[in-house]
Write a protein that binds this ligand. Structure first.
Ligand code: GLV
Ligand code: MN
Ligand code: MN
Length: 437
């Protein structure tokens, strides 16, 4: 008898852990490189294949899938009573896209655990007071825009904004989007009425070392960092690498490097938690024997307090201008609108804590240093997040890993939480606090 069957006999519904683990393994085939890393950036061929596989898994389970104009997918049971259709729904989900050469759990766990929850509720014909939707959000990793799919739900994108988006590799969003079979005109009609959502909850790997270090099995996420960033472009002068004396150069890459080495000191001056990353640096013309004329770096800066995210932006701007003056060249700074930090819902945190306790899993309240679609969704409806441990704290790399037991435990806590929210069981009857943004 399986654990799931034993639980059911004891009156508690559980996920099918073996099926969830097999789904995670199957999804990891899409975009896996020779070193084991996953490159499934949004709207790439691997992403398109993963989406098709995911839809086939839903169809195989007898579930229906709706897709919006930016490719966000919404999964439901076709057997849902008609009367439930107008009732605000409980959403649970995450993302299928990955960073380049990333891991196989980031986003995949929350997407597949959400599918498993909806599949179990459908299989058992569990009577619900609210509909449950498994959701997959497009381009969470920001190949084109950070938290793209959930931003499309919350604020939408105009055609001009979509036209202006470009990818990490410099490709245009609209080109990649159309090549993957999507229509940019429909991508401008994606905002959702908050009244259709009762609450949202996302399962995710922690992506850091805290849970493992302190021996907890479940993280109850209290808040999510705010994210700022964009590009800083230094414009110097191209010159001959062999004949131009070191003192006569206007080397844009040297200026970019001078800025990057100051990041630890700038972050420390703002707070203990502040972080700044230059993840992509491109140089033009990009030849071994030419002094770099242009150096463009992406900057990603984060803190748990909005005022400190703004302070980081100001400090980086000031430092970049100072470096440009020192090196006698020009600098352009283009930061995208800040994604504000958010506090997650207190009522849902309580439900997650009770679900973990009922399954004898030690849980701890903790903030998230990674960004998540949940921070957008928290502006629409009460939102919660569940973390499970990341082995060695590693993430956004091929070594990203989470133990099988933790995968299944997290999915069961997700199922309990979704069920509590969708049935208004005593736990869920705790009034939900307003989202606190
Ligand atoms: C998403 O993974 C992020 O935190 O950038
Ligand atoms: Mn990620
Ligand atoms: Mn993620």
């Amino acid at each position: 008898m399986s654990a799931a069957e034993r639980d059911q006999q004891g009156g508690r519904l559980s996920v099918d852990g073996a099926r969830l683990l097999a789904d995670l393994e199957a999804l990891a085939r899409f975009g896996r490189g020779p070193g084991g890393g996953i490159s499934r950036t949004s709207f790439s061929e691997a992403d398109t294949q993963a989406r098709a596989w995911y839809r086939a898994r839903c169809a195989g389970a007898g579930l229906s899938v709706e897709v919006d104009g930016v490719g966000n997918m919404f999964v439901s049971s076709p057997d849902e009573p008609a009367a439930l259709r107008s009732v605000p729904a409980v959403w649970t989900g995450s993302h299928l896209d990955s960073v380049p050469n990333g891991g196989r759990f980031d986003g995949a766990l929350g997407s597949l655990a959400a599918l498993e929850c909806v599949r179990r509720l459908h299989e058992e014909r569990v009577p619900l007071r609210r509909p449950v939707r498994a959701v997959v959000y497009s381009d969470e990793e920001g190949n084109y825009a950070h938290l793209f799919g959930s931003s499309a739900l919350v604020r939408g994108f105009s055609r001009a904004e979509l036209e202006a988006l470009s990818g990490r590799g410099g490709d245009r969003f609209v080109d990649a989007f159309m090549a993957a079979g999507w229509d940019p005109e429909l991508a401008t009609e994606t905002t959702v009425d908050p009244a259709v959502i009762h609450a949202t909850v996302e399962l995710h790997i922690e992506q850091g070392p805290q849970l493992e270090s302190f021996g907890h099995r479940i993280g109850i996420v209290t808040s999510i960092v705010g994210l700022g960033g964009g590009t800083v472009t230094f414009r110097g002068r191209a010159d001959h690498a062999g004949t131009t004396p070191m003192t006569m150069r206007k080397d844009a890459l040297r200026a970019a490097s001078a800025l990057i080495v100051r990041f630890p000191e700038i972050a420390r001056s703002v707070s203990d938690r502040a972080v700044i990353t230059a993840g992509v640096v491109t140089v033009e013309p990009g030849a071994t024997n030419v002094v770099p004329e242009i150096a463009r770096l992406t900057v990603d800066f984060r803190d748990l307090e909005l005022a400190r995210v703004d302070e980081l932006g100001r400090a980086i701007t000031e430092a970049a201008r100072g470096v440009a003056t020192e090196h006698e060249l020009e600098v352009d700074i283009e930061f995208e609108p800040t994604i504000p930090p958010c506090r997650l819902d207190g009522g849902i945190q309580r439900i997650i804590g009770e679900a973990a306790a009922a399954r004898d899993l030690s849980a701890v309240a903790m903030p998230s240093g990674a960004g998540h679609d949940s921070q957008n969704l928290a502006t629409l409806a009460p939102t919660g997040m569940i973390f499970v441990p990341s082995i060695g704290g590693r993430s956004h790399c091929p070594e990203e890993n989470t133990a099988d037991d933790d995968v299944v435990n997290g999915a069961n806590v997700l199922l309990d939480t979704v069920l509590a929210l969708a049935t208004d069981t005593p736990n869920a009857a705790v009034p939900l606090a307003n989202p606190n943004i």
